[in-house]
Design a protein around this ligand. Structure first.
Ligand code: SDX
Length: 438
C-alpha cells in the first residue's frame, strides 16, 4: 500500500561531519510509527544495523496486528478470541486472503473450490518412498511442498493474480492431504483419500486416523478442536517463516517453492518446532518425577550455562500472555474432558509449571509468558497427533497466512527483491601466496 508521510519527521544528526538528514515518519492505523530510512544509504553512505530485526518494519500490512504489551491479536481487525469461537478455519482463510469475513454464498463457493482440490497427483506418493519410514515429518513436508512445483505449470507465475489464486486454493486444499500422507507413511498404513462430504478439519482427521478396514467415526468435539488449532496458527504478522516466504517470493520464484521455504523455517525449535520441543520437555520432567521436579527444572532454565529454555514460553513480540495460549488451554481442557482425560498428568504438569513460572521473577522480569506452543502439543497429543507431526500441523494451518502475506507483497507496487546489506568486519583485500609459501 502506498503510504502518506505524517507531519512528523526524524532528524538524524552525525558527529562525523555527515550532513543532518530529515527522514519521513509514517503512522499506521494502530501500533508503532515507522521511520522511512530508504534514503539513508544514498544520502549518507551508512546502513542501519538491526540483526534479528528487533526494531525493523519490513513492510506495511493490513492482515494481522499484534499488540505485544496488551497480548492482543487481530486478523484483519477481528480479535482472535471472536474468530476462534465464531468462525471456522475456511472462513478465517477467506478473511486473511481477501480482507473481509465471507457471506454465506462466498463461503460456500470457497469451500466447494477447496474441497475439490484436496487430492494430490498420484505421483506424489512415489516421493514418499525415497524417505526412511522414520524420517521427520517436516523433512517430508519440506520436500513434498517444494515438489508441488513440478505438477502445476498453470499456476507458477506469482505475478499473475489468477495463477496466485489457483495456487492458493491448491496449497490450502492439499496441505492436509500431504500431512496425513506423511503420517501414514511413518506408521506403514495405506493413505486415505479425501472425502468431499467432510469438513476441512473432519477430512484431515479421517485421512489421519481412518483405515480402509472399517468405517471411521469422527468425534465432533475433536474435529472442532482441530479446526480451532488451525485458526489459532493461521497467521501472525512478520514472524520468521512469514518473512522467509516474503523474501523467497520477492525473487519471483513460484508460490509452491516460497511456501516450502516457509515450511523449512517453521521447523526450527525457536519457532514452530517449539510445540514438539515443549511436549518433549514435559515428558522429560514427567520421567524425572513430574511436579516434584519442576523446581529443579526451573533452576536449570535460570542457569545460563545449561542452555535449557522453558519451551512454549517467551515471544519476540508478546510481553504479555499470548491470547492464543489462553484459547489453546481452553481447547485443551475441552478435549481432555471429552476424552475423560481431565486428569491427564501432562496437562496437570503443564499447568503447574505455568503457575510456578508466572510467579518466578526470572520469567516475570523478562516478561516471559506462555505462547501458542505451550498447550498446543498437549491437545494435539490427546487428539492422537504424534509429537513429531505437531509442526507439520502448524505448517498446514499457517499456509494461508503465508499466502496472504505473499499476495500482499506482490500486490504492493513498491515491492522489490529483498536484499539486505551488512557491516563488514572481515579481512580487507590481501595477496594470495603460492601454496609453497603458505
Ligand atoms: C512461535 O514470531 C512469531 O510470531 C512466532 C510465532 C508465530 O505464530 O509465528 O508466535 C510462533 O514461534 C512462538 C515462539 C515459540 N518458541 C518457543 O517457545 C521457544 C522458547 N522461546 C525462546 O526461544 C524465545 O522466547 C523466543 C525465541 C521465542 C523469543 O526470543 P527473543 O525475542 O530473541 O528473546 P531473547 O532470546 O532475547 O530472550 C530475552 C531473555 C533472555 O535472557 P537474558 O539474556 O535477558 O538473561 O529471555 C530469556 C533469554 O535467555 N528467554 C528465556 C526464554 N525465552 C527467552 N529463558 C528461558 N526460557 C525461555 N523460553
Amino acid at each position: 500500500m502506498a503510504l502518506t508521510p505524517s507531519n512528523d519527521k526524524a532528524t538524524l544528526t552525525f558527529t562525523d561531519g555527515t550532513a543532518p538528514l530529515d527522514l519521513p515518519i509514517y503512522k499506521g492505523t494502530v501500533g508503532p510509527d515507522v521511520i522511512d530510512i530508504r534514503a539513508l544509504y544514498g544520502k549518507t553512505g551508512k546502513f542501519t544495523y538491526d540483526p534479528g530485526f528487533l526494531s525493523t518494519a519490513s513492510c506495511n500490512s493490513t492482515i494481522t496486528y499484534i499488540d505485544g504489551d496488551k497480548g492482543e491479536l487481530l486478523y484483519r481487525g477481528y480479535p482472535i478470541e471472536q474468530i476462534a469461537t465464531r468462525c471456522d478455519y475456511l472462513e478465517t482463510c477467506l478473511l486473511l486472503l481477501y480482507g473481509e469475513l465471507p457471506t454465506p454464498a462466498q463461503k460456500a463457493d470457497f469451500v466447494q473450490r477447496v474441497t475439490h482440490h484436496t487430492m494430490v497427483n498420484e505421483q506424489m506418493q512415489f516421493f514418499m518412498r525415497g524417505f526412511r519410514r522414520d524420517a521427520h515429518p517436516m523433512a517430508v513436508m519440506t520436500g513434498l511442498v517444494g515438489a508441488l512445483s513440478a505438477f502445476y505449470p498453470d499456476s507458477m507465475n506469482l505475478n499473475d493474480p489468477w495463477q496466485r489464486e489457483v495456487s492458493a486454493i491448491r496449497l490450502i486444499a492439499k496441505m492436509p492431504t500431504l500431512v496425513a500422507m506423511a503420517y501414514k507413511y511413518t506408521v506403514g498404513q495405506p493413505y486415505m483419500y479425501p472425502q468431499n462430504e467432510l469438513s476441512y478439519a473432519g477430512n484431515f482427521m479421517r485421512m489421519m486416523f481412518a483405515t480402509p478396514c472399517e468405517e471411521y467415526k469422527s468425534n465432533d468435539v475433536l474435529v472442532r478442536a482441530m479446526d480451532r488449532i488451525f485458526i489459532l496458527h493461521a497467521d501472525h504478522e512478520q514472524n520468521a517463516s512469514t518473512s522467509t516466504v516474503r523474501l523467497c517470493a520477492s525473487s519471483g520464484t513460484n508460490p509452491f517453492a516460497a511456501i516450502a521455504a516457509g515450511v523449512a523455517c517453521l521447523w526450527g525449535p525457536a519457532h514452530g518446532g517449539a510445540n514438539e520441543a515443549c511436549l518433549n520437555m514435559l515428558y522429560d520432567i514427567q520421567a524425572q518425577g513430574g511436579v516434584a521436579k519442576i523446581g529443579e527444572f526451573i533452576a536449570k532454565v535460570k542457569d545460563k550455562n545449561s542452555n535449557v529454555k522453558l519451551m512454549g514460553f517467551g515471544h519476540r513480540v508478546y510481553k504479555n500472555y499470548d491470547p492464543r495460549a489462553k484459547l489453546m488451554r481452553e481447547t485443551c481442557h475441552e478435549v481432555l474432558t471429552e476424552l475423560g482425560l481431565h486428569d491427564d498428568p501432562l496437562f496437570k504438569l503443564a499447568m503447574a509449571l505455568e503457575k510456578i513460572a508466572l510467579e518466578d521473577d526470572y520469567f516475570v522480569s523478562r516478561k516471559l509468558y506462555p505462547n501458542v506452543d505451550y498447550y498446543s502439543g498437549i491437545v494435539q497429543k490427546a487428539i492422537g497427533i504424534p509429537v513429531p507431526l505437531f509442526t507439520a500441523v502448524f505448517a498446514l494451518a499457517r499456509t494461508v497466512g503465508w499466502i496472504a502475506q505473499l499476495n500482499e507483497m506482490i500486490a504492493d507496487p513498491e515491492y522489490k527483491i529483498g536484499r539486505p546489506r551488512q557491516l563488514f568486519v572481515g579481512a580487507t583485500a590481501r595477496e594470495v601466496k603460492p601454496l609453497s609459501q603458505r
